[in-house]
Design a protein around this ligand. Structure first.
Ligand code: G3H
Ligand code: 13P
Ligand code: ZN
Length: 323
């Protein structure tokens, strides 16, 4: 099966009450970990590539690795551009065979966001085969590439804007801001309470906004960025093996499971893979200070990334056995 776009995948996910995992890829081991996990769970999957990943690995390497994963697994896989900054970047990806792109003009004023998104949609939809487009309304806190949005400067999506935005742009899915944010430090400690073990418990996501948006856009796929849960098991392994991650906190998995049952069809996860990879490598080095073969320590990182992806598919997204 060739690479696919998100259309049919999201239709099935919307109607089936589950979400597709969109995992960020930066190197071969991450691509393998994600797709091997998806294969074992019989799950469709989105492999997404950011501008930073393109700079790090070179677009051609990422593309060929994803194609290798498609051939190796036979799974329905989407190759998606994550946070496309402008028309040119989206066009470049569409021309080189991506089956889905995100145009992120969410930091621009409403009219400008519509204008840029509409232009990308026109180009993507005229492409043969049809390339799907994700857009964003509202801004998340956290770090994306070189842009850092401070906590307090983020803004929730306004439900009253979404119908006009989708109608005028023609986008295929919409990322909304309901309290998630990028990175491993999603909430300031003062925004959280602490449980009996001293672990930070973040404020709940704004499900009222999600529900209002989906009421206004019946059947339309919604996307959540910044959806890592920063599993404390991996943070602990990192810290016990020389790391220093203090007060790292993510979105509780229970809330993501709930969102996946509603209109959310795509859930973006990157930081959780970074933590798993780091935990595996740190643990390996601590246990084997004499090792210097990258296949040994990166291989242990890959093992943990695969474990995390399987857990997400089965316990959070609910996309297992959906092929
Ligand atoms: O949304 C951001 C993703 O985690 C990608 O991060 O731009 O550092 O590759 P990156
Ligand atoms: P996390 O930092 O929560 O993994 O979010 C990733 C993301 O939204 C990629 O676009
Ligand atoms: Zn994102």
């Amino acid at each position: 099966m060739p690479l696919v776009n998100t259309k049919e995948m999201f239709e099935k996910a919307y109607n089936g009450g589950y979400a597709i995992g969109a995992f960020n890829c930066n190197n071969m081991e991450i691509v393998q970990a994600i797709t091997e996990a998806a294969k074992e769970c019989n799950s469709p999957v989105i492999l997404q590539v950011s501008a930073g990943a393109r700079k790090y690995a070179k677009p051609i390497y990422l593309k060929k690795m994803v194609e290798a994963a498609v051939e190796d697994t036979g799974l329905p896989i989407v190759l998606h551009l994550d946070h496309g900054a402008d028309f040119e970047m989206c066009k470049d990806c569409i021309d080189s065979g991506f089956t889905s792109v995100m145009i992120d003009a969410s930091s621009k004023p409403f009219e400008e966001n519509i204008e840029i998104t509409r232009k990308v949609c026109e180009y993507a939809h005229a492409h043969k085969p049809y390339v799907t487009v994700e857009a964003e309304l509202g801004t998340l806190a956290g770090i994306e590439d070189d842009v850092k949005v401070e906590h307090g400067s983020e803004s929730y999506t306004k439900p009253e804007d979404v119908e006009e935005f989708v109608r005028r742009t023609g986008c295929d899915s919409l990322a909304i801001a309901i309290g998630t944010s990028h990175g491993a430090y999603k909430f300031k400690p003062e925004q959280c309470t602490r449980d009996e073990n001293g672990v930070l418990c973040p404020p709940p996501l704004r499900f009222d906004i999600l529900e209002e948006v989906s009421k206004r856009l019946p059947g339309f796929p919604i996307v959540l960025h910044g959806s890592s849960s920063v599993n404390q098991e991996y943070v602990k392994i990192i810290n016990e093996n020389g790391g220093q991650l203090k007060d790292a906190v993510g979105v509780p998995e229970k809330q993501l499971r709930q969102a996946a049952k509603l209109a959310v069809c795509k859930i973006n996860i990157d930081s959780d893979l970074r933590l798993a990879m780091t935990a595996g490598i740190r643990e390996h080095f601590n246990a084997h200070p004499d090792h210097f073969d990258p296949r040994q320590y990166v291989g242990d990182g890959r093992k943990y990334v695969k474990e995390v992806v399987k857990h997400k598919i089965m316990e959070v997204l609910g996309s297992n056995d959906k092929i």
